[in-house]
Design a protein around this ligand. Structure first.
Ligand SMILES: NC(=O)C1=CN([C@@H]2O[C@H](COP(=O)(O)OP(=O)(O)OC[C@H]3O[C@@H](n4cnc5c(N)ncnc54)[C@H](OP(=O)(O)O)[C@@H]3O)[C@@H](O)[C@H]2O)C=CC1
Ligand SMILES: O=C(O)CCCC(=O)O
Length: 494
């Protein structure tokens, strides 16, 4: 097992990049099978780490140890748990540069954006650390004269977490922080493409005083095996997953036997609507962030841009001017706004969506091809003349492609926007207050950005309806997913 010098030499604290996995209370450098896997930099193809490829026995061991550790952790006061999370927050901020370097190298997003993700991940740790002291219950007036009723919240127990490659730090931090805050233990499995950020988080958590065993990071390329063990092992009481809707469905089926409590943050197909009365410059800025951040590889990325006929051409021209200023390249290079896609499958999907749209009559207003850098880079793209029969209308592209659909009326665009099995994020721009309420209430989505393209914050409930998932992450509601309510009825009160 190794960490390549390409990565280690870029870090101020090289010990934050580890080639060991955290299985329960032990950092392990080899799997029982002796198998390993490589982590590569998607911008260059360089191997940056070789990690142990863990098997079922190791996942089960991590769960066994988590089960014991959880009981002791849950006995700590909220204030004690808050103290650990506060220290973890401070460490994440202090080490944000190194954490960003690890993230950019394994995932490819531009370094400043990666640093933004670290601070975003840390904000969940800070928020839920504060919430640890406020896991309140209720008292309810008794239903009989001698009865008193109390409701308390208790941790669900051991939580399995499976996280994706597109936000290797923040997606794990926003699961781990509420779980640990309320007294759960967590066994996590990051995407095999981006395990180093998760391991760095675990190193800092240990330094912050989180007892070993409370948080594990399993490194494995056999995601299906890990998911199955999480679902079959009766010590795991909750499974939280961020990723594709398809895998979400598999986990839901697998979890049925033990009625697994599930948190699912799945795919989206976000509409981004610009009405004739919108502030066009603001709408273009919103589209830039909502569509192009992380090279379009975000589940809340605008996937379908609906522009009202009266401003369609003006919006397309303004957007093209801004997108034309974007710079594609290695995430460590100065001024780069768009890194590589995560892998060849992602690149193929983007190419296929563009080719399908063009074959059905769309025009490439900008980009449309792999970028000059070759490899996994794709040009920031704008398609005009897009219609509902094209793949970009129904599937998540997960790439830097903005398809512009033209619409005439409010009723028409609401119907188009809601015509999907997904219901995660949606966005629209208008200055008309009555329309703002009408449209926001009519959109069948868990989140609506109104005159903004950026809705993510630790203080708000992030999550979807329809086939975009179950549960909410962040905010006071984020605690609900990791606690069970217990009602106590006290009789004989004379
Ligand atoms: N909601 C979101 O934020 C995300 C949505 N997506 C959507 O999904 C598409 C495909 O991306 P992809 O990375 O393949 O997403 P996946 O859903 O396959 O991967 C997400 C996580 O699930 C794991 N996983 C894969 N298969 C299983 C399984 N059978 N049981 C348990 N865990 C599993 C992966 O592990 P491993 O990577 O090690 O195989 C990873 O940790 C994207 O193009 C995008 O549309 C993708 C990522 C995030
Ligand atoms: O793609 C995702 O699942 C993560 C969305 C990042 C965010 O919180 O904005």
């Amino acid at each position: 097992m190794t960490i390549s010098n390409i990565l280690a030499s870029k870090l101020k604290d090289a010990s934050l990049a580890t080639d060991k996995a955290l299985v329960g209370d032990e950092w392990v450098s080899a799997s029982s099978s002796g198998k390993t896997f490589e982590v590569t930099n998607p911008a260059t193809g360089d191997v940056i780490a070789v990690l142990p490829n863990l098997g079922q026995a190791e996942v089960a061991r991590a769960i066994e140890i988590a089960d014991k550790a959880q009981k002791a952790w849950a006995k700590k006061t909220g204030k004690e748990r808050a103290g650990v999370l506060r220290k973890l927050f401070d460490l994440m901020v202090a080490n944000a540069d190194d954490l960003a370097t690890i993230l950019t190298m394994e995932m490819g997003k531009p370094w400043p954006e990666a640093r933004g993700e670290i601070l975003y991940g840390a904000s969940y740790v800070e928020w839920f650390g504060e919430e640890a002291k406020r896991v309140y219950g209720d008292t309810i007036p008794g239903h009989q004269a001698d009865k008193r009723i109390m409701v308390i919240r208790q941790p669900v127990g051991v939580v399995g977490a499976i996280t994706p490659w597109n936000f290797p730090n923040a997606m794990l931090a926003r699961k781990m922080a509420p779980a640990v805050a309320v007294g759960c233990a967590m066994v996590s499995k990051p995407a095999a493409q981006t395990p180093l950020s998760a391991l760095a988080l675990a190193i800092l958590a240990e330094r912050a005083g989180l007892p070993l065993g409370v948080f594990s990071v399993i490194t494995s390329t056999d995601a299906a095996m890990v998911g199955k063990e999480f679902c079959d092992n009766d010590k795991v009481r909750k499974l939280t997953f961020t990723g594709s809707t398809n895998v979400g469905r598999i986990l839901m089926r697998q979890g049925a036997d033990q009625i697994m409590k599930l948190g699912l943050e799945l795919g989206g197909n976000a509409p981004f609507i610009v009405f004739d009365d919108a502030d066009l410059d603001a709408a273009v800025e919103g589209a830039m962030i909502s569509k192009y951040r992380n090279a379009g590889q975000t589940c809340v990325c605008a996937n379908r841009l609906y522009i009202q006929a009266g401003v369609y051409d003006a919006f397309a021209a303004k957007l093209a001017e801004r997108v034309g200023q974007m710079k594609v390249g290695d995430g460590f290079a100065e001024g780069v706004t768009t890194g590589p896609l995560i892998d060849t499958n992602a690149l193929k999907k983007v190419e296929e969506h563009v080719a399908d749209a063009v074959s059905k009559g769309a025009k490439v207003a900008l980009g449309g091809k792999p970028a000059d850098q070759g490899g996994l880079f794709f040009q920031p793209t704008i398609l005009t003349g897009v219609t509902s029969d094209m793949k970009v209308a129904v599937e998540e592209t997960f790439g830097p492609v903005a398809p512009l659909f033209k619409f005439e009326t409010e009723e028409e665009v609401i119907e188009l926007a809601n015509n999907t099995e997904f219901g995660l994020a949606s966005y629209f721009y208008s200055k008309d207050v009555a329309k703002i309420f009408r449209v926001a209430e009519a959109l069948e989505y868990g989140m609506v950005g109104i005159n903004t393209g950026l809705i993510s914050t630790e203080v708000a409930p992030f999550g979807g309806i329809k086939q975009s998932g179950l549960g909410r992450e962040g905010s006071k509601y984020g605690i609900d997913d990791y606690t069970e309510l217990k009602y106590m009825c006290l009789g004989g009160i004379a």
